[in-house]
Design a protein around this ligand. Structure first.
Ligand SMILES: Cc1cc2nc3c(=O)[nH]c(=O)nc-3n(C[C@H](O)[C@H](O)[C@H](O)COP(=O)(O)O)c2cc1C
Length: 212
């Protein structure tokens, strides 16, 4: 690999995996990369659970399917079997990965409690204050996940950043015994890629960059 751009642009989402395990030291390597990411106020507002246990991952699959079906039930009669089975496949392919990393966002402490207290005196709720600061807790999670994906790629594995399972987030907390205040954000299935993804359509640099 000649430079970082070439390396980073070769990372792709992988949704089918070979039936080969991942050693624990590699899992630790991925998480070490994740936790070296920047985070708002250096909050390091993350927690990771690496899931290898098949029974646990099947429970998560069931929770995701149950929640998806309960939402889609309002459209019963309107949806084809093809749609339903493809929806199910799209949101549960993680079950075949040898390792899944569940990513949780923990509570952040503000650096300046006086300013936050002033915001509250002005009637701002916690959610509105966080939004004003660009949801830096969630952005920090994104930075950690991207670091993890690049570490996975470097080691020759593939992964997919999945937020679909978050619809069953509360259930996933219970299955993993994670306290409710740690919010489930993403699931990252990781394994050896079982295929080569097709090229993806990219926006041109000129569409997304202006230099003034
Ligand atoms: C925040 C986020 C959530 C995502 N959630 C899902 C998901 O639930 N299921 C899925 O198959 N892919 C998911 N993806 C993967 C994207 O579909 C993928 O990154 C995009 O199509 C670009 O392809 P690439 O990763 O191969 O470059 C997610 C990506 C991001 C950044």
């Amino acid at each position: 690999m000649s430079n970082f751009l070439e390396f980073a642009s070769k990372r792709r989402s992988i949704r089918k995996f070979e039936d080969r395990d991942i050693p624990q030291e590699d899992i630790e390597y991925f998480i070490s990369a994740a936790i070296s990411a920047p985070s708002g106020c250096n909050s390091q507002c993350w927690r990771f659970v690496a899931i290898r246990d098949r029974e646990i991952i099947h429970k998560i699959e069931e929770a995701v399917v149950r929640k998806t079906e309960s939402i889609l039930a309002v459209k019963s009669g309107e949806l084809s079997n093809e749609y339903l089975s493809s929806r199910r496949k799209m949101s549960t392919f993680f079950v075949k990965a040898p390792v899944n990393i569940a990513v949780f966002m923990t509570a952040v402490k503000y650096v300046d409690p006086t300013l936050i207290s002033a915001f509250k005196d002005c009637g701002y709720e916690d959610d509105a204050i966080m939004r004003m600061y660009g949801n830096y807790d969630l952005l920090s999670i994104g930075a950690a996940v991207q670091n993890m994906l690049l570490a996975v790629h470097e080691k020759g594995y593939g992964a997919c950043w999945m937020n679909d399972p978050a619809i069953a987030g509360e259930e996933i907390n219970k299955i993993l015994g994670e306290p409710a205040e740690n919010r489930f954000i993403s699931l990252i299935p990781i394994g050896f890629p079982a295929y080569s993804p097709r090229d993806k359509k990219m926006k041109e640099l000129s569409e997304v960059l202006s230099i003034k």
